[in-house]
Design a protein. Structure first.
Length: 404
């Protein structure tokens, strides 16, 4: 076993922290190598998913689909990321593993060092052991060493007989559970999520399963951020408890009374344990609201494919020449415009006296072109067709009128 640690009477906290850190590193690395090994179930799943992706892309081409440049590039990016991170340990270690394992300690040392918190130099587990030992010494002094009772009325009575002994022991237990438990939980979660990296990275190939990849990234980010928050809060708790316990041990060593100290220690450790839980929950909530960019991580396909033969715009003749119609026309309107254009071309080729439109053509053109002009009272389609206002007189009738 690579993480063989035996907790002792004076190093319980440090041994648990070291054991959790070693197990997180081992689970994350060896679990990844086992899942990404050739012939494993995850590697076979990756091959199957890659085959399905390439087959779907090929069938799309056979059925006449024309992929856009963005769609083709995104497909290649998805395949490259999946193969590089799900099957190659060097790339995964540099981009994911080292960030998740080493960044919490670096962030905690930077923030805690600037704030002057204990444990920022990498000796957090040693400070946890020191606080635990002071709790133990204070418990021994409180039980075995007599002290004069405090004056009446200066200290409220305990809730029940022996409450101070219970409160002091409970404060020590709560301190150990809150400090060591929060660190162990965040580190082991990070190790398990790192080990499952090849499985979740395989789901990056399809848009329907990209939510699993986002969830994997969110859980890993929450574990990393939770570890950073835990180290900072533990440094703050140690900054309070370490000098306080040292002073209480010195007072009890001098056979002096410490009324109410056990209750205060119990309340302080309980508050910090609740703060650790809230911090881990806040880190999970913060990372759960993460939304990956649509262009790179979500890798969506283009919303619409370009058509090979888009609809051409309609072109109809007019008195001023060809006009490009940007809006579609009805079929009746198009037929009427075509009949009017044909008549105008024939009128231009014949003498002016023979340019006559039939009644049906005029009616169809007038109905399709719109209302008549209100000022002239005649159709605006063919300005050459005018209505006679006088009676027609033949030549023979005129000669007869002259001779008579």
């Amino acid at each position: 076993m690579s993480c063989l640690v035996t907790p002792g009477p004076g190093n319980f906290a440090s041994s648990m922290v070291a054991f959790a850190d070693c197990q997180a590193r081992t689970i994350g690395e060896q679990g990844y190598l086992a899942l990404a090994a050739p012939g494993s179930s995850v590697s076979q799943l990756i091959v199957i998913l890659l085959t399905i992706l390439v087959a779907l892309f090929g069938y799309g081409l056979l059925l006449g689909g024309i992929p856009t440049l963005r769609e083709g590039v995104m497909t290649l990016v998805k395949i490259g990321l999946t193969v590089a991170l799900a099957t190659g340990w060097p790339a995964y270690q540099a981009l994911v593993y080292d960030v998740a394992i080493q960044s919490p300690g670096e962030f905690g040392a930077t923030i805690g060092g600037a704030a002057g918190l204990p444990g920022a130099a990498g000796d957090l587990s040693a400070h946890l052991d020191a606080v635990d030992q002071q709790f133990e010494v204070l418990s021994i002094y409180n039980i075995n060493r007599p002290f004069p009772p405090p004056p009446l009325g200066t200290v409220p009575p305990p809730l029940f007989a022996g409450f101070d002994i219970f409160a002091l022991g409970a404060a020590r237990v709560i301190f150990l559970i809150g400090s060591v438990g929060s660190y162990v939980a965040t580190r082991l979660i990070a190790g398990i999520v790192l080990a499952l990296g090849p499985l979740f990275l395989a789901f990056l190939l399809f848009d329907a399963t990209r939510g699993l990849v986002e969830g994997w990234i969110k859980v890993l980010s929450g574990a990393v951020l939770g570890t950073v928050a835990t180290s900072i809060i533990l440094g703050t708790e140690i900054a309070l408890l370490e000098p306080w316990l040292a002073d209480l041990v010195a007072v009890r060593g001098a056979y002096a009374a410490i009324p109410g100290a056990a209750t205060q220690l119990f309340a302080a450790t309980t508050l910090f344990s609740l703060t650790l839980l809230v911090a881990i929950g806040a880190a999970a909530k913060l990372t759960w609201s993460l939304r990956l960019p649509s262009g790179i991580a979500r890798l969506r396909a283009a919303p619409e494919r370009t058509r090979a033969f888009p609809d051409a715009p309609s072109i109809f003749g007019s008195a001023d020449g060809a006009i490009l119609q940007s809006t579609p026309r009805s079929r009746a309107r198009a037929i009427a415009d075509a009949m009017v254009a044909l008549d105008r071309r024939e009128s231009a080729a014949r003498p002016a006296s023979s340019t006559v439109l039939t009644t049906s053509v005029l009616q169809a053109a007038a109905m399709a072109s719109g209302p008549r002009s209100e000022t002239s009272g005649r159709s605006t389609i063919n300005p050459t067709s005018r209505r006679r206002v006088g009676g027609r007189v033949s030549a023979s009738a005129r000669r007869r009128d002259l001779t008579s």
